[in-house]
Design a protein around this ligand. Sequence first.
Ligand SMILES: Cc1cc2nc3c(=O)[nH]c(=O)nc-3n(C[C@H](O)[C@H](O)[C@H](O)COP(=O)(O)O)c2cc1C
Length: 206
Amino acid sequence: MNKALKFVVFLGTTREGRLGERAAKFILEQIKSRGHQVEFFDPEVLKLPMLVKPLHFYRDRSTAPAQLLEMNQKIVDADAIVVVSAEYNHSIPPALSNLMDHFPGSSFSSKPSGIMCYSPGQYGGVRAAMQLRAFLGEMGCISVSNIFAIPKIHERLDAEGKPSSDSGTNDNTVKNAVTFLDQVQWWAEAARHQRELSANDNTTKF
Ligand SMILES: Cc1cc2nc3c(=O)[nH]c(=O)nc-3n(C[C@H](O)[C@H](O)[C@H](O)COP(=O)(O)O)c2cc1C
């Protein structure tokens, strides 16, 4: 790895007492420990409305809310996207799609994404991950093959996102995060290299 990468991490839930916060804290720490920069998009903090007008529906973007413009710039500047998602009815939590739907696919395109999912049950939210794979592909940030799933998250991570000392599975949680981030990082570096090569080439814009 040569240069630090820029990540945007999206958290997908706003529920009172949500477990997603510990998943997000854990992965943010893992990304930072690699020396990368990371922006954290938490729908509970950002409080975007249920979609009224996405950024790309403003004819004159300069008239869009400053919050949307600032968030969009961070997405455009990112080398990689990570989504931290629960599974709601075997699908994508609405807070996550609502948050991401505010921005055009062009802001996400030409960079990879990584899917991290979790649940208090045994499957770790992987059914939502399958749906996210299609969703993120449509947004332009194709997901890497590795999916970082944390089943029984309440036992594996504490409220601060630290691996629990009594879970007996600590090594797997950290080890799986390493495999996941190694892959996201590899693709993010490759995509950044390709974006730099094609920056002045108008024939390859999509
Ligand atoms: C509306 C709703 C639907 C859910 N559907 C599923 C499901 O399909 N599969 C599953 O394993 N857990 C399901 N759960 C349980 C969640 O995995 C669990 O509540 C988890 O903690 C949600 O993430 P959060 O705490 O960040 O909100 C559901 C929870 C909610 C609130």
